[in-house]
Design a protein around this ligand. Sequence first.
Ligand code: AP5
Ligand code: MG
Ligand code: ZN
Length: 214
Amino acid sequence: MKIVMLGAPGAGKGTQALRIAEQYGVPHISSGDIFRKNLKEGTELGLRAKAYMDEGLLVPDELTTDLVISRLREEDCKDGYVLDGFPRTLPQARALSEKLKSEGARIDFALDIEVSDEEIVSRVSGRRICPKCGAGFHTLYNKPRIDGICDICGAELKMRDDDRPETVLKRLEVYHAETEPLIAYYKEEGILRTVDGSQSIDKVFEDSLDVLQD
Ligand code: AP5
Ligand code: MG
Ligand code: ZN
């Protein structure tokens, strides 16, 4: 099963992608996580990406497309994957379609998680992530058992650098301009599925599995 997650920053792509990937037994591949991992390891790519991320801008396609597509060639991706945060521009979507076409494969579904801009701002401001294992939490909607501490590995939770309110507004603007057109792209291909992302995390997951059935 090959799934592309669509949705605004903070819509819940990462939260749902992780569960869906587990359900289908395929890896969860997040372009944002790949950049953050590079940054943590201090690579040149990580530093270059950070400059864009901190401004709420997209990392240029030249730095992104080959990086993610080469990840999809690894052994664990042979039975599928859940792509989270990629593609995010029409050139990225076309590059992915081309890559798959050359292998006689295709994306099965593009799952769009719909959430209003107002709700996005409140979600993102409460998000906390584990710098050690990458697990995600929310101060109201997805609380860790102990305040400020990762349930999985015990590390101290942090805010993401790009979750400051000004940056979130910029990310939303960029989303509407650059990424929202992908909804029409995948609709045209007949593989778009939509869920109401304003519901609880469990309900969004349940609805996602429903629409991924057919
Ligand atoms: P990326 O890491 O992909 O960030 P994003 O798209 O902005 O999305 P988020 O991770 O912020 O949100 P999400 O939808 O995953 O929501 P989450 O599940 O965490 O990208 C970061 C940056 O990297 C980009 O800005 C760009 O610069 C660069 N980049 C990445 N990919 C790129 C590409 N392909 N091309 C160019 N540049 C790229 O949920 C959010 C919060 O809400 C959490 O706290 C969660 O617990 C909570 N929550 C989730 N669901 C619910 C619910 N149903 N109810 C209540 N709370 C919920
Ligand atoms: Mg995410
Ligand atoms: Zn952790």
